[in-house]
Write a protein that binds this ligand. Structure first.
Ligand code: ATP
Ligand code: MG
Length: 317
């Protein structure tokens, strides 16, 4: 796969293992992300969906270089992020940012909102006058008025706090934001407001997003493309509408069929998958033990197939 200049981010065979046990002569690792390849185009929102523990946050942190990779390559604007010079590294930090799930823990409770928003500008040596202008403008961009700048995070509702977290993420005018379950801690009505805000920002500010969620409905509302993850591996990736309307991978099919079509609030979470009783295998398809259509060939690593403009990692489809 060539590195394309059209892609803001390109990831090839990215892997991450966590050390889970260390004994005298033996270390035990858990493979959280295994040979994952994908891309995000300029001005594109890509949804990353999967159940709890599938490796979503790990991927988000890896591509922003918040945790070290084990294997693979990560290209930002055509350059491998581990080959950056000091200057390029600084630029990368300015051009990327992250929004976390829970704004209660991601915003420093001892700082006023003004200080929270000003901090990244100080780090990146923006002059004082310019800082003030940007803080005032950005809080408005995030849908709050200036009076909020004088308050502390504890004086704000969950939705307002998440707006501040988003304001902080956009204040340096980044090209790429990883939004890691930014709506999961919020009430359903507030969730929609935050999704609308992200949709507006991506259009107005031309920001690319990796939008992480365990909720396929939420991801479907704002992603041009969707990546479906299971146990650290991609199952299916492609056009968002197609993945939801006509899923190809048996895992995606199960996800979609477990979503009742009527009331989104009543829909089951992704964690529910009908049980299939088949032994776990090593080295083959990670979905083998739960797949309703698996065959012997699935004990081997599935190839990636391009079907209907989508990448599907399955022997059978
Ligand atoms: N620092 C760590 N040390 C050991 N294991 C870890 C560490 N961080 C994550 N893991 C494990 O790696 C796997 C993937 O974790 P990750 O947080 O990326 O999943 P996730 O898809 O974001 O889940 P969730 O939806 O619950 O946020 C999980 O099994 C998790 O327990
Ligand atoms: Mg997570």
């Amino acid at each position: 796969m060539e590195v394309s200049s059209k892609n803001l981010l390109e990831v090839k065979n990215l892997s991450k293992r966590y050390l889970i046990k260390k004994q005298l002569f033996k270390k035990e690792f858990f493979s959280a992300v295994d040979k994952v390849s994908f891309y995000i185009k300029t001005h594109e929102t890509v949804g990353l969906v999967g159940e709890s523990g599938s490796g979503k946050s790990t991927i988000g942190k890896l591509i922003l270089k918040l945790i070290p990779k084990d294997e693979g390559e990560i290209y930002f604007k055509g350059k491998e992020i581990y080959s950056f010079s000091k200057e390029e590294e600084k630029k990368f930090r300015r051009e990327t940012s992250i929004v976390f799930q829970d704004p209660r823990t991601s915003l420093n409770p001892r700082f006023k909102i003004y200080e929270i928003l000003e901090e990244p500008l100080i780090v990146h040596k923006i002059p004082k006058e310019e800082r003030k202008k940007r803080v005032v403008q950005t809080i408005k961009d995030a849908g709050l008025d200036e009076t909020f700048l004088d308050r502390y995070p504890s004086d704000l509702s969950g939705g307002q706090r998440q707006r501040v977290a988003i304001a902080r993420a956009i204040i340096l005018e980044p090209d790429l934001i990883v939004a890691d379950e930014p709506t999961s801690a919020l009430d359903v009505s507030v969730q929609l407001q935050i999704i609308n805000l992200i949709n507006r920002l991506k259009k107005e500010k031309k920001i690319s997003f990796l939008f992480i969620s365990h909720d396929l409905n939420v991801v479907g509302l704002l992603s041009e493309r969707i990546i479906v993850l299971y146990k650290g591996k991609i199952m299916e990736a492609g056009d968002g509408k197609k993945v939801i309307k006509n899923p190809l991978h048996p895992y995606t099919k199960l996800l979609i069929s477990s979503l009742p079509p009527d009331h989104p609030s009543k829909r089951k979470k992704l964690d529910y998958i009908p049980e299939v009783y088949r032994e776990e295998i090593k080295g083959g398809c990670v979905f083998y033990s739960r797949c309703p259509i698996a065959q012997d060939i699935c004990k081997k690593e599935p190839p990636v197939k391009t079907i209907d403009n989508r990448e599907v990692y399955c022997h059978i489809v």
